[in-house]
Design a protein. Structure first.
Length: 122
């Protein structure tokens, strides 16, 4: 018997990594989802043991599939379907210290961009 598998966009939505299935599919199309190190299309299948990386809300989530589900499940069941290997989110003090541009200020100049990159440590 073949090992069960499901579409990556459906699985990401089912285990509550994205709020909607269409958001999961959009993330796949935009290249924000990787399965075992390769960029995933929405219809790519995932199976138990696969590593899935999802970049959403400014944070990268790294999870290992432990159970395949295709329907949305509750938070307690969703926690059993994956092993979260994501790095901890940055502290809120660090995020609030980053400078923000005023809304409507337009595109930054080259000099402003370099200053921003220097502050962010890039």
């Amino acid at each position: 018997m073949a090992e069960p598998s499901t579409r990556v966009d459906s699985w990401i939505w089912s285990v509550r990594l994205t709020k909607t299935r269409s958001a999961a599919a959009s993330a796949c199309r935009a290249g924000h989802v990787r399965v075992n190190g390769t960029t995933a299309k929405p219809a790519q299948h995932v199976a138990v043991g696969d590593e899935v990386r999802v970049r959403a809300a400014g944070r990268e989530r790294i999870v290992e599939v432990t159970r395949v589900v295709s329907k949305r499940v509750g938070p307690s069941v969703a926690a059993e379907c994956l092993i979260d290997r994501s790095p901890p989110p940055p502290p809120k003090e660090l995020l609030s210290a980053l400078p923000l541009r005023d809304r409507g200020a337009g595109r930054p100049t080259k000099r402003q961009r370099r200053e921003t990159d220097r502050l962010r440590g890039r």
